[in-house]
Write a protein that binds this ligand. Structure first.
Ligand code: HEC
Length: 180
């Protein structure tokens, strides 16, 4: 009986209550960041940035897919200047990146920048700013070691995602509902 009521109640909470849906999306974004950060830091410790590029290349999309699939959400990233052209920004991403960059320039803490909107086809989406931190600079900073640069270019011949400084906006983490 207890199980039956859980089965019966869970979807109602997940899909009807906007606060619960938002909370689920915020959780998914934290889950994605936490898992990717752990994978990145382990790879950096074990093999340095050249080895870690392989991890970002494979794990970033894989973790996004896994976290999304667990919660029936779409999890993706985009960037101010792209490394992976597949992470292209949609018009709302573009608008939010401009808005977030303006707020950061005005002194706002980038870690606090988030947005809850709808996609053009009416699905709920949660967006969070991704700021540049010290740990990112080996692969996104102003000075990239030649071996790192070579490894990046091997996977991303049109890479534009270098030249960043700590505290700047690197991109967005976007979580989208699959249904209206
Ligand atoms: C070891 C190298 C490396 C480090 C360190 C690194 N990245 Fe990346 N980053 C990459 C690679 C490789 C990609 C492309 C991943 C893909 O194919 O989706 C990428 C892509 C991204 C993207 C997606 C947008 C785009 O340009 O394709 C964002 C956002 C991003 N990184 C943010 C960060 C942040 C923030 C940090 C620090 C917390 C960081 N990265 C640290 C290598 C790195």
């Amino acid at each position: 009986m207890a199980l039956l009521s859980i089965l019966f109640l869970a979807p109602a909470v997940t899909f009807a209550d906007p606060d619960a849906r938002r909370a689920g999306m915020v959780e998914a974004s934290a889950e994605f960041s936490g898992r990717l950060r752990a994978a990145l830091q382990a790879a950096m410790r074990e093999g340095g940035p050249v080895a870690a590029i392989q991890v970002c290349h494979q794990q970033a999309p894989a973790i996004a897919r896994a976290v999304g699939a667990e919660r029936s959400l779409l999890v993706r990233r985009t960037g101010v200047r792209l490394r992976n052209p597949g992470n292209v920004a949609d018009p709302l991403d573009q608008q939010l990146m401009e808005d977030f960059a303006r707020q950061i320039a005005g002194g706002k803490d980038p870690a606090a920048l988030e947005d809850l909107s709808s996609t053009t086809d009416g699905r709920l989406r949660y967006t969070r700013a991704i700021p540049v931190e010290a740990v990112c600079l080996a692969c996104h900073g102003e000075t990239i070691a030649p071996s790192v640069s070579e490894a990046i270019t091997a996977h991303y011949p049109d890479d534009r995602a270098t030249g960043f400084r700590p505290g700047q906006l690197r991109g967005l983490l976007v979580v989208e509902a699959l249904n209206p």
